[in-house]
Ligand binder design. Structure first.
Ligand code: NDP
Length: 282
């Protein structure tokens, strides 16, 4: 029976650490978030980010723009934040309305303030193993969990299922940087279970409930479930058939309460890191 990885507890511990570090600072880190439109899920996420930032003693700025805002107006708002001395970290909540080019927006954020670590220059730094302080939030959260449970990926056969820019790709690069042997699978992968069955560690980021079955998992494997799907009745499901897979895995993350709580925690770690870099404290 697997050890259940407790993301809530790890996140709480790391947030307490950030709070005590922040108390010692003369100036406080400032996180600015731009939200476009009225998407209710995005509003909840932005509100949680603001609440968490304030609870740690950070400063928080939220800029709300209407759904029909022009791309040039949004770029203008980002430029203001890029140039504001009091702002250390900038995030534009995704998804954006269709008339706005998300890649262009991500590239407008000054890389030194890019708290999501989505700017191609920051992604490139991870690709060449050159960034030591700021990482995409969900992958960073996965590594915090592995560290906390003493799980090393060095020399391990790790299979990442999913290749998105926010999870699959960056997590694969970061695993490689930690000396794992990494295979990235996706929707065109033939015979997926042949890959997953050989994995010492599986990271699944697909968004398909109970997609990873017990028969696809080697006995003793570590299973990290990034997927979150909301059922009609509001229940959250992961990618992994948790009840059955936990019988064979050595460690497993639940949904909810596994990787989920780590993402916001990583965002706060990144904000503090950007603040420290900008103030020559790192
Ligand atoms: P995307 O939809 O961008 O990517 C999904 C990936 O899964 C794609 O690479 C796709 O392949 C792959 N895929 C789809 N079907 C299959 C299949 N049958 N076999 C193998 N691979 C497949 O999603 P995200 O990466 O943004 O998110 C993935 C999941 O993680 C979602 O449930 C999301 O809600 C959750 N999530 C959770 C976070 C958290 O904080 N815990 C943060 C971010 C995301 P292809 O590239 O070929 O299309």
């Amino acid at each position: 029976m697997a050890v259940i990885i407790d993301g809530k507890a790890v996140s709480k511990k790391l947030l307490e650490h950030i709070k005590s570090e922040t108390e010692k600072l003369e100036k406080k880190p400032c996180l600015a978030v731009i939200i476009v439109g009225n998407d209710s899920a995005s509003k909840i996420y932005v509100n949680n980010k603001k609440k968490t930032a304030l609870s740690l003693g950070f400063e928080s700025i939220v800029i709300e723009l209407p759904e029909n805002v022009s791309e040039s107006k949004l770029i203008e708002e980002i430029e203001k934040l890029n140039n504001a001395n009091n702002v250390n970290a900038i995030l534009v909540q995704l998804p954006l309305p269709e008339h706005i080019d998300a890649s262009k927006i991500i590239e407008t954020i000054k890389p030194e303030k890019d708290v999501d670590c989505f700017h191609p220059s920051n992604v490139g730094k991870i690709a060449v193993n050159g960034n030591g302080f700021v990482y995409p939030c969900t992958p960073r959260g996965i590594f915090s969990l592995l560290d906390e449970y003493g799980i090393s990926v060095r020399g391990k056969n790790v299979v990442v299922v999913g290749r998105s820019n926010i999870v699959g790709r960056p997590v694969a690069m970061m695993l490689l940087n930690k000396d794992a042997t990494v295979t990235v699978c996706h929707s065109k992968t033939a015979n997926l279970s042949e890959f997953t069955k050989r994995a010492d560690v599986i990271v699944s980021a697909v968004g398909n409930p109970k997609f990873i079955k017990k028969e696809m998992v080697k006995t003793g494997a570590v299973v990290i479930d990034v997927g979150i799907t909301r059922d009609r009745d509001g229940t959250l499901s992961g990618d992994v058939d948790f009840e059955n897979v936990k019988e064979v895995a050595s460690f497993i993350t639940p949904v909810p309460g596994g990787v989920g709580p780590m993402t916001i925690c990583s965002l706060m770690q990144n904000t503090l890191a950007l603040f420290k870099i900008q103030n020559n404290l790192l």
